[in-house]
Write a protein that binds this ligand. Structure first.
Ligand SMILES: *Cc1c(COP(=O)(O)O)cnc(C)c1O
Length: 465
């Protein structure tokens, strides 16, 4: 197989990128001054950049390349589908084979009575669907005032107006007039950062009870749904205390508030089960899916909804949808991804092999003086950095400066770990082997050592006063 290696020199690519390409979540002028790192190809868990460096991708692209890079079956299926039927819509009393087969497969994989799928092109779009579908559900049931959503600070649900409003990122709300009305945020169950002196069980329960307080404040007859990631991803891989989710489920049931589990990261094996809801022991009314659904090989997302909701929505015309809802090529690629996951027992591999091997590496890294602890569920993890482990202190200076230095040191050691504030984030392809995880641990240790040296040199090893 030939690959495209005959490209412009890196500096020229960087100049064109800076001149014409606006990057998401980026200060483009800063990037232009520095030059983007240009990735040209990838295989397994390794990326290759335009200078020929091989980089271990411990982020699976953006939490999505669960199967790893370069699976030829995926390209073959896409090519075959493009030949057979590259596009047709699903709006006007029509359907096609890939959308039908994928919806049926998802109904089979999803727990409980989550048997119906509304397709979207991304996780953001799927959460916009949820917003409108849930409000329509209550309106159809004669309760149009039951329209408010409760979410959490620091949640990530996407970047469209609806999804960005559902999310709890203040730096996103500050731009473009978010959040839209009718969306409320409670505190996240982040014991490491916000738990202070309390034990994690009490803290988890207290944070769950904030949901009940908010429902009572707004009136249960006004609250449509609570949305949350089973394990917060972009917020810093926040694994909630064990007491949290059972209490949330109880509160939702008691007040007849729908529970939406945003499974965009947790879904499709990341936490060692098919869905994070199973790992957390919850039964949501809706699951948002994207990312791992196609292992990132094609853009596709969706909402998997319960019999109860589908019964109501299917009885009316729901005036919502995307040109690319259930796009045949993306649906075919997603089906192939799920087929490979089952054939190669990838969920079992995560649970029985890779997650325990990652846990070993994290235990080793936790001995590093900069690492304040370990948050982990399956193959998603974070290492909060701290100048003082015992008190879980924050660094003096700007939040995120230390995380950024560490990320740059990872890059320098051909490792991709992302930082969220001063937490280092790990979310490798699910196919990663124990040997590859050892290599990850080695590179991460080197990056942490280099970061420690830099902080010492710059006198940055100080705790916030
Ligand atoms: C990435 C993400 C989204 C948004 O998905 P896009 O495909 O980027 O629109 C939504 N929810 C969660 C939990 C995510 O991680």
């Amino acid at each position: 197989m030939s690959s495209i290696t005959n490209h412009l020199p890196t500096a020229e690519l960087q100049a064109l990128d800076a001149a014409h390409h606006m990057h998401p979540f980026t200060t483009n002028n800063e990037l232009a001054a520095k030059g983007a790192r240009i990735i040209t190809r990838a295989k397994g868990i390794y990326l290759t950049d335009s200078d020929g460096n091989e980089i271990l991708d411990a982020m699976a692209g953006l939490w999505c390349v669960n199967l790893g890079y370069g699976r030829p079956e995926m390209g073959k299926v896409a090519a075959r589908q493009m030949d057979e039927l590259p596009f047709y819509n699903t709006f006007f009393m029509t359907s096609h084979v890939p959308a039908i087969a994928l919806a049926a497969k998802l109904a089979e994989l999803a727990p409980g009575d989550l048997n119906h799928v509304f397709f979207a092109g991304s996780g953001s779009e799927a959460n916009d669907t949820n917003l409108r579908m849930v409000r329509t559900y209550w309106a159809q049931k004669g309760q149009p005032e039951k329209s408010h959503f409760i979410s959490r600070n620091n949640a990530y649900h996407g970047s469209t107006v609806g999804a960005g409003s559902l999310g709890g990122m203040t730096y996103m709300h500050e731009q473009g007039g978010l959040p839209i009305p009718g969306i409320h945020h409670i505190n996240q169950p982040d014991w490491w950062s916000e738990g202070a002196e309390s034990n994690d069980r009490d803290f988890g329960l207290a944070r769950a009870k904030e949901l009940e307080a908010k429902i009572l404040e707004l009136g249960a007859d006004k609250v449509a749904a609570f949305i949350a990631e089973p394990v917060q991803g972009a917020g810093g891989v926040v694994v909630p205390p064990a007491t949290y989710w059972p209490e949330i489920q109880r509160i939702c049931k008691k007040h007849d508030v729908l529970l939406i589990a945003d499974e965009v990261i947790c879904g499709f094996g990341r936490t060692g089960n098919w869905f994070g809801s199973q790992t957390m022991g919850i039964t949501p009314d809706i699951m948002t899916i994207a990312k791992g659904l196609s292992s990132g090989y094609a853009p596709i997302g969706g909402s998997i909804v319960s019999d109860k909701i589908a019964e109501v929505i299917n009885a009316c015309e729901f005036n919502h949808g995307y040109t690319y809802s259930g796009h045949p090529v993306c649906a075919a690629v997603a089906l192939e991804n799920l087929r490979i996951m089952e054939e190669e027992s990838i969920v079992e591999h995560v649970r029985d092999v890779a997650a325990p091997a990652l846990a070993d590496e994290l235990t080793m890294l936790n001995e590093h003086p900069l690492v304040g602890g370990v948050n982990v569920s399956g193959l998603m993890a974070s290492l909060p950095l701290t100048p003082h482990k015992e008190s879980r202190a924050r660094f003096a200076g700007n939040k995120g400066d230390v995380g950024f230095i560490c990320r740059e040191n990872c890059f320098a050691n051909n490792l991709i770990m992302r930082h969220v504030g001063d937490r280092m984030i790990i979310s490798p392809p699910l196919v990663i082997t124990p040997e590859e995880l050892k290599e990850f641990g080695k590179r991460a240790k080197k990056a942490l050592d280099a970061t420690y040296a830099t902080l010492k040199e710059k006198d940055m090893l100080k705790a916030e006063a």
